[in-house]
Design a protein around this ligand. Structure first.
Ligand code: ADP
Ligand code: MG
Length: 727
């Protein structure tokens, strides 16, 4: 009897929902643990508060006195709420968040003590964080990285610790995190978009990026989790025969949420609301035990901090409820994976969503300008956008017939496609007559009406227009959104800067403004045709069609990441002051290495589990069968014994066949892995991808076949059916 699996299943029978209290009114507790600028104001003089606002809105430097005042205010608020420690909270390139807690408490040396926190402690810290990946930028012997306060994201309280959002840089000033380039990308798109807005509205002085993420995840009972070392260590099931019932019926989607899960969600939402994360929706996803949550969209940097926090809160809350959260992009082969849809738009200080059609032709021309430039930006830089979502987990998802393909394309919907076709056809090359212009403007003016009843959605597109924003659906569920958002906003800024130049050049040559804009839009529509695809992105025809169009299809992370080596890409990031070539190179190295490390762990676990769990179990069962056959021979005449043991003999032979196949693949995998270990980083990642991974797949086939043969009572690992359908 396999004890771990059955103990885990027995534990499940006794599980009760952990009931939690939920607030009568969410608004009453919302943001209670956040020190918002509004709350800070209570503690500050008007002068200091004004300085803080300048710093948040215009990015001005803060003087030492103001920093001291703000630090004092933060300390007062935090201590009132029971805080004893503070931490600089940052987002290193490992993809999670990091913190190092320091006490407010300072002994004075004469037996007395004080709670201290001043401007210098707020603004800059030097965490001993030498083991975070830095891709060679920060020599380990120097071991110097600094965290620097990001005043644009409010401090918050977790337990008794005041958490201060910070960027993380090397002593040479290079970014070692996601937040610093994200802030820079937001800044550069603000500048570029504001300039383009001047064509339409002189009152626009600031353009903010808005991000509304949707987070998918799986829940698994903690007992089952503990009985599956592969899920524990790699986040995904390396073995497991597909259950008879998978998601064919799709009955889980929008079905009722089980009570235990419901209590978990209530608890988790409560914690999120205390932290000011505006979580509003919850529902089941397509796969069994898969769920999704989404907040109201927010300004880019804050939204991203909130997503990082949510992943933490999810994990912590899940443990309280005897669940574990799986954020891996593909925990179960054959079952839908998880993504993190990034809904993205731009919004002006005058309250206009630039990707939402307006009420009149002028507003719509502005909308079309941003809309078409976004499409053109994707077309021009599809490869680096693909690189920005590449990860070992996402490789299992992209192009797996249930998630957007690895081919970048945009879906615009019938109406917007028709609108672009119309502009492409009807904008005349030379001077346009007043009548031609009026006709075109009238049509452009009709966009909002046609979009109102525009219900077409395409879930198979990686980058879909959804009426008032684009939805980047190919982002992986465990990713830091910043990775995709840094790239998307940089390529958009780059496009808008070019657009401004090109339109100004046309105006200088004698076109009037509207005509210049329309002609430039027409040119962009023509140039970016190849990136537009309205059909089924999951189909094989699309793969062929995309190849005909010359679109890239990077099926795996090592090849996708190579786009970061493109000199044109590096120059764009450098010119826009988002990332230097050194920083890009460092990131590239870290991601390549991360790919290999993750595959290495998977390969080792595959090997361990096969050797220590699967092979012995299969042999034990085979021995039972052999004993049985021998026993039959003892008591029956030879011919009769042969007949009576036919099934057993077949099974014995099949088990041997799979054991041999398994062992052969295992030995080859271990050889390939040993060879890979000696290679340089790039070659190593390729070896893991093209040599080791296929052998892991082949091992899995044998293991899954054995699972179907061996007595259920003896099978050591919880089965897929148990992982997916028990709650
Ligand atoms: P649906 O797309 O399902 O119809 P919504 O349009 O309300 O639903 O939005 C889905 C997601 O898009 C939500 O997470 C929401 O916060 C986000 N979203 C809506 N408007 C914007 C916007 N202007 N910018 C960024 N995200 C947005
Ligand atoms: Mg969505």
């Amino acid at each position: 009897m396999s004890t771990i699996r059955f103990q885990a299943l027995a534990e499940l029978n006794d599980r009760q929902a952990v009931t939690v209290k939920s607030p009568a009114k969410i608004s009453a507790i919302f943001g209670e643990n956040v020190l918002s600028p509004f709350k800070l104001r209570e503690y500050l003089t008007d002068y200091s508060f004004g300085k803080l606002e300048d710093c948040i809105i215009h990015g001005t430097r803060m003087d030492r006195d103001t920093a001291d005042h703000i630090a004092a205010a933060m300390k007062e608020w935090a201590i009132q709420k029971g805080a004893t420690h503070y931490t600089h909270w940052f987002q290193p390139l490992t993809g999670t968040t990091a913190e190092k807690h320091d006490s407010f408490f300072k002994p004075l040396g004469d037996g007395r003590a004080l709670e201290k926190f001043d401007g210098s402690m707020l603004v800059q810290q030097e965490p001993d964080a030498s083991s975070f990946p830095s891709g060679g930028i920060r020599n380990t012997f120097e071991a110097r990285g600094y965290t620097i306060w990001d005043p644009s994201s409010p401090a918050f309280l977790v337990g008794n610790t005041l958490c201060i959002p910070t960027i993380f840089i090397s002593y040479t000033g290079h970014a070692l995190d996601f937040k610093m380039p994200l802030l820079k990308a937001g800044h550069v798109v603000d500048k570029a978009a504001t300039e383009v807005c001047q064509y339409f509205d002189k009152d626009v002085t600031k353009v903010t990026v808005t991000l509304g993420w949707e987070q998918e995840y799986f829940l698994i009972d903690s007992a089952l989790y503990n009985a599956r070392p592969d899920i524990q260590m790699t986040g995904r099931a390396l073995f497991g025969h597909r259950p008879a019932k998978g998601q064919q019926l799709e009955d889980h989607y929008f079905g009722s949420i089980p009570e235990r899960v419901m209590e978990f969600m209530k608890d988790f939402e409560y914690e999120s609301h205390l932290l000011g994360i505006p979580v509003t929706t919850r529902h089941n996803e397509v796969a069994p035990n898969q769920y999704e949550l989404a907040p109201m969209f927010e300004e880019l940097n804050l939204a991203n901090d909130h997503n990082q926090l949510v992943m933490d809160v999810l994990e912590k809350t899940a443990r309280k409820h005897n669940f574990r959260v799986l954020l891996h992009e593909k925990p179960y082969e054959g079952i839908n994976g998880s993504g993190k849809h990034n809904n993205w738009s731009l919004s002006t200080n005058t309250g206009v969503n630039l990707l939402k059609p307006g009420k009149n032709p002028k507003a719509n021309l502005q909308f079309l300008t941003f809309f078409i430039n976004a499409v053109a930006a994707i077309h021009e830089n599809a490869d680096v956008l693909r690189a920005s979502i590449a990860s070992v987990g996402n490789d299992h998802r992209l192009g797996a017939n249930e998630a957007p393909p690895a081919i970048m394309s945009t879906f615009l919907g019938d109406h917007m496609s028709a609108m672009l076709d119309e502009i492409e056809k009807n904008v005349k090359a030379g001077k346009m007559s007043p009548q031609e212009k009026t006709d075109l403007k009238l049509n452009i003016g009709k966009i909002p009406q046609v979009l109102l009843d525009n219900t077409d959605r395409n879930r198979t597109s990686p980058f879909a227009f959804t009426g008032n924003k684009f939805e980047f659906r190919a982002v992986g569920s465990s990713a830091n959104c910043a990775n995709a958002m840094i790239t998307l906003n940089t390529i958009m800024a780059n496009r808008l800067i070019q657009f401004k130049k090109d339109v100004d050049a046309r105006i200088a040559r004698g076109d009037d403004k509207d005509e210049a804009i329309l002609k430039e839009l027409q040119r962009l529509i023509r140039a970016s045709r190849a990136i537009r695809f309205e059909g089924n992105g999951y189909s094989d025809e699309w793969v062929k069609e995309a190849a005909r169009r010359g679109l890239s299809n990077f099926r795996d992370t090592p090849s996708a990441l190579k786009s970061w080596k493109d000199k044109k890409v590096q120059k764009m990031f450098e010119d826009l002051n988002v990332l230097t070539p050194e920083e890009i190179h460092a990131r590239y190295e870290i991601e390549v290495e991360n790919y290999s490390r993750r595959r290495e762990i998977e390969a080792r676990l595959t090997s361990d589990l096969a050797q220590n769990h699967i092979i012995p179990t299969a042999i034990s069962y085979q021995t039972l069968l052999v004993d049985n056959v021998r026993g039959l021979r003892d008591i029956l005449p030879a011919a009769q014994a042969r007949e009576a043991s036919r099934t057993q003999t077949d099974l014995i032979l099949s088990i041997s066949t799979h054991l041999n196949g398994l062992k052969t693949a295992l030995d080859r995998m271990n050889t390939e892995r040993t060879k890979a270990m000696k290679m340089d980083a790039e070659k190593q990642a390729e070896a893991y991808c093209h040599k080791v991974k296929p052998l892991m797949d082949s091992i899995r086939e044998h293991v899954d076949a054995l699972e179907m043969m061996v007595d259920d009572e003896m099978w050591p690992l919880p089965k897929m059916r148990e992982l997916l359908f028990t709650r």
